[in-house]
Design a protein around this ligand. Structure first.
Ligand code: DLL
Length: 433
């Protein structure tokens, strides 16, 4: 099911021609309207006339989240305030949030890319979309809402929370598509089990999960438990919200809607553009946005890109599942790793539940990581020796895969806090002096 064949299945040459035209327009626009970009371009000795081909973009400067914060809240908008019809912002756990503003045209683009995303995941107008992403300043709720409206599906704007009620609604309203974070999907599943409701016997067929990193083995955990196909959706507030990239049912990476969002992958340390297949930081340039125009925005997200055609028929490039954010990367005794890599190992262990957190502490000047993971009910009350054996085995598996020695603590079921949105995976107790 392809929502917009013209753009999603375009030949590479034709697509690149379109991207270049749009890119030249964006570069001139930001240069003429926003002093920030003009100054940055001048510092780097480039001007709009230098952009003659797509690879020329590599000469242009990057924009970062902290740059955007300096313009907080509306300083980066390239249109007069009266043209902004809606604003959203990120949760902003550290410092000021970043704010996105949407013109009528931007809302049109958002509906379009979200319609594509839903179709890409197999949802159609026949579906009943149970939207448990939070409604509000967070883009998840309204993003899915606009896409559902565009494809003509029935939308249940349930938002996050009140999990028992979510299960009841799924049962009574016959939800066929579930949209929420992957961690919340698991929590819904566990509450359903407690209520004696078998989600597998309901009408659910697909889950569209994103807004946080989740591993391939997490998918293997979720799918049989809910009796669905679980696919990944990616996006970020600054760029538009959800709907930047979406996995199809082939589950071989996320199609990036390249006619609107131009991707590059760079080495986060040197800024050099990397070839397809190599892992690095995703950079996005918005090609059609009106209010917030980003040129070479550093998403901080680690992935790789492929231009190989997909069996689904789309010619759009695909990014691999996001491994994590550069800011969430842990550096422990010289080893770099992302929480999702530990998750991938944990999900293979039969005796544990898929709920975990990583506790970072500093002991005698050295950083130590303890993985706290819930034991399956029943196991936790086994003899201590047996629990210790399981802990040791998990530590060995993590060391074999990630070359890092960690502590492992099995905790009782339900000990780790559940989230209705993005899960908190890392508890940093280091007192940095
Ligand atoms: O999380 C938008 C969104 C809503 C995406 C609903 C998907 C579904 P922010 O709150 O601004 O926006 O957070 C953006 O979340 O830079 C990534 O680090 C992370 N993220 C988003 N989607 C994924 C994903 C929304 N599928 C930040 N996998 C991004 C991994 C993701 N990380």
């Amino acid at each position: 099911m392809i929502w917009n064949e013209k753009y999603e299945c375009m030949g590479r040459e034709e697509l690149e021609k379109l991207q270049l035209e749009r890119l030249q327009r964006v570069i001139s626009r930001v240069y003429n309207i926003l002093p920030f970009y003009r100054e940055r371009f001048q510092e780097k000795g480039v001007s709009p006339g230098d952009l003659k081909s797509l690879p020329d973009l590599a000469e242009f400067p990057f924009v970062s989240k902290s740059d955007l914060r300096q313009g907080y809240p509306f300083g980066f908008f390239a249109v007069p305030s009266r043209e902004i019809l809606e604003v959203h912002s990120s949760s902003g756990t550290t410092g000021k949030p970043v704010v996105d503003g949407y013109t009528r045209g931007d809302l049109e683009i958002w509906s379009e890319v979200m319609a594509r995303a839903l179709f890409c995941a197999g949802a159609t107008k026949k579906d009943i979309i149970h939207n448990a992403y939070g409604y509000g300043l967070f883009t998840g709720g309204l993003g899915v809402h606009y896409g559902a409206r565009r494809i003509g599906a029935k939308i249940i704007p349930v938002s996050g929370g009140q999990t028992r009620r979510q299960v009841m609604i799924m049962q009574d309203f016959g939800s066929t598509v579930l949209t929420c974070t992957p961690s919340y999907a698991l929590h819904i599943a566990e509450v359903a089990e407690e209520m004696g409701v078998d989600l597998k016997s309901l009408s659910l067929k697909v889950g569209i999960f994103g807004a946080e990193a989740w591993s391939e083995n997490m998918r293997r955990e979720i799918e049989p438990r809910l009796g669905i196909d679980a696919v990944d959706i990616y996006g970020l507030t600054e760029v538009i919200g959800p709907g930047v990239a979406q996995e199809c049912l082939k589950k071989k990476g996320l199609h990036i809607f390249e006619d609107h969002f131009l991707p590059e992958i760079i080495n986060p340390e040197t800024g050099e553009v990397l070839p397809p297949g190599e892992e690095g930081e995703l950079i996005i340039t918005t090609l059609t946005r009106e209010a917030l125009c980003l040129v070479r925005y550093r998403t901080g997200d680690i992935t790789s890109i492929t231009y190989e055609p997909c069996a689904c028929g789309r010619t759009l490039a695909r990014i691999s599942k996001i491994k994590g954010r550069t800011d969430d990367m842990l550096i422990i005794r010289g080893v770099n790793l992302f929480p999702s890599q530990i998750e991938n190992v944990l999900m293979r262990i039969d005796e544990t539940e898929p709920h975990y957190q990583l506790v970072l502490e500093r002991k005698k000047g050295l950083d130590e990581l303890t993985v706290e993971v819930e034991a399956r009910p029943g196991i936790f009350f086994d003899e201590v020796r047996k629990l210790e054996e399981i802990e040791k085995r998990i530590a060995r598996e993590i060391e074999a895969e990630l070359s890092l020695r960690v502590g492992v603590r099995l905790v009782e079921p339900r000990r780790i806090e559940r989230s209705t949105g993005k899960a908190k995976r890392v508890i940093d107790k280091r007192q940095l002096k």
